[in-house]
Design a protein around this ligand. Structure first.
Ligand code: ADP
Ligand code: MG
Length: 475
């Protein structure tokens, strides 16, 4: 049975492979697993809802032809979604959806206070006294999809962005949460989606706002006793883009108001797009009910771009600025600045500026000096391995002991300290810290961080450990 199932699916795949570009095949078909075949129904497992929608949207015809060839005219396809798209989330759930039933993708209904729309709008962007009902989108037209170069590191997020832009509110990626480290393109991508929507649907009201500004407006509205006006304003937006939602952490009033706005927009089929520097599982001090809503749609990560993408980004930037520099210099910069696109662009801008101010040619020597400055200033991150080594040495134990499963108090404490410092000194997520320090989960790391915080308050000896280690790790 097993072999028939694989054979049928492999035949489908080779048919599909012949009909689409290799990259598309790799992205959309290789990750699929066939899990069941009974008579004319084949069940395939896909990694996410997004994946499912993408297949339905772009490849349903092709899949159908392939399956009909294998299973006859009554062939049917059943998708099984592997898990929610929150990377590192330890609660996989399985959900199966017949390919013709999209309704089952809808998250459960929520109740939120409904604010009437007929009352007059007060726009928090407008200076009091000046009425302006036309809502400015606050989008930056320079951030477009055209100049957001594609690579493996951003393919999912970029494709999801394009899908949302072509059908705002009409896909299951609502909200779309784009997350990733600094300078990896979250703001750019968020604007690009908004710009594209404005272009395709000029009548839709799009609004881009940073979570910080949103918070300020909210606080202002409380002062002026106009909280309801604030909420009304946000409830008439068709596409709401909120940048850097991690800023809301610990701000319970703003989270509460955002919760109501979110529910209202979501229930009315409006699109919400969020960005954050962390995956939902790693967000701290954000209320559970908001976090669970963030997970409703798609969380797509922007990772550090690979070498080829870095080269293309540099070339694209040079092209737009009308400057040309030698290939070997471009390669040098791309090889040495790896984790932050803003820095990559920054280095190129300094290079051009230096050479034009000082009227010197752009040489590899100049590139080295500039890259060194960038790399020196930013590469001060200690590694998790190094932290584990220092902590183990301090407590005179082996790294393997620190990582072991033992519940002996002094070993547990050493392990918790290593986790605490990994959180403090690296950009790694809780999940990734946990997996590197003795294969623990993110909740254990979170607990460790809290325990260390508490103990350093209440226990003098423990505080000394923290201070000593802190010193060792910062020199
Ligand atoms: P973040 O919001 O994640 O910190 P930004 O969106 O501000 O990052 O991006 C930093 C810089 O890198 C911006 O100038 C942006 O245009 C550029 N950038 C990011 N990703 C890409 C990409 N894929 N292609 C071209 N430029 C990019
Ligand atoms: Mg940003």
């Amino acid at each position: 049975m097993n072999s028939i199932k694989s054979e049928v699916w492999n035949n489908c795949l080779s048919f599909i492979k012949d009909n689409i570009p290799p990259q598309a095949f790799k992205t959309w078909f290789e990750p699929i697993e066939v899990i069941k075949l009974s008579k004319n129904v084949i069940s395939i497992q896909v990694p996410s809802k997004f994946f499912y929608e993408w297949l339905e949207e772009h490849y349903v015809g092709l899949l159908k032809s392939a399956l009909i060839k294998q299973l006859g005219p009554d062939a049917r396809l059943l998708y099984v979604i592997k898990m929610e798209n929150t990377f590192g989330n330890k609660q996989p759930f399985t959900e199966s959806i017949p390919s013709n039933n999209r309704d089952s993708l809808k998250p459960q209904e929520v109740s939120a206070p409904i604010y009437s729309r007929s009352e007059k709008l007060k726009n928090p962007f407008v200076i009091p006294g000046i009425r302006n009902l036309e809502i400015e989108s606050q989008l930056n037209p320079n951030y477009s999809f055209d100049n957001f170069l594609e690579g493996d590191a951003n393919r999912l997020a970029r494709s999801a962005g394009l899908a949302v832009a072509s059908k705002p509110g009409g896909t299951s990626f609502n909200p779309l949460l784009i997350f990733g480290g600094v300078g990896l393109g979250k703001t750019h991508l968020a604007h690009a989606i908004g710009v594209d929507i404005k272009d395709k649907y000029p009548d839709k009201t799009v609004l881009y706002i940073s979570a910080e500004k949103f918070t300020q407006q909210y606080i202002e509205s409380i002062k002026k006793n106009s909280r309801n006006d604030f909420i009304h304003f946000y409830q008439v937006i068709d596409i709401l883009i909120i940048d850097d939602v991690q800023f809301l952490s610990g701000k319970s009033g703003t989270q509460d108001v955002f919760f109501h706005i979110f529910n209202h927009l979501h229930q009315n089929g409006k699109q919400v797009i969020l960005t954050s520097d962390k995956a939902p599982v790693d967000m701290q001090d954000i209320e559970q009910r908001l976090l669970s809503r963030f997970k409703w749609g798609l969380s797509a990560e922007l990772q550090s771009p690979d070498y080829e993408t870095r080269v293309s980004i540099i070339k694209n930037k040079l092209f737009r600025d009308g400057v040309s520099i030698e290939e070997s210099i471009i390669e040098y910069v791309a090889k040495n600045i790896k984790t932050n696109i803003r820095e990559l662009e920054g280095a190129i801008i300094s290079l051009i500026a230096q050479s034009s101010f000082n009227k010197v040619e752009i040489t590899i020597q100049l590139a080295k000096e500039i890259v060194n400055k960038f790399v020196k200033n930013t590469k001060r991150e200690v590694s998790i391995d190094y932290i584990q080594k220092i902590v183990s040495e301090y407590f005179q134990m082996d790294v393997s002991t620190l990582q072991s499963k033992t519940r002996k108090r002094h070993i547990v404490q050493a392990r918790q300290l290593a986790m605490y410092f990994a959180k403090k000194f690296t950009k790694a997520s809780l999940a990734s810290i946990g997996s590197q320090i003795g294969k623990r989960d993110h909740a254990t790391v979170l607990h460790a961080c809290k325990t260390v915080d508490n103990l350093s308050f209440t226990d003098k000896q423990f505080r000394k450990y923290v201070e000593d280690l802190n010193q060792k790790l910062t020199i």
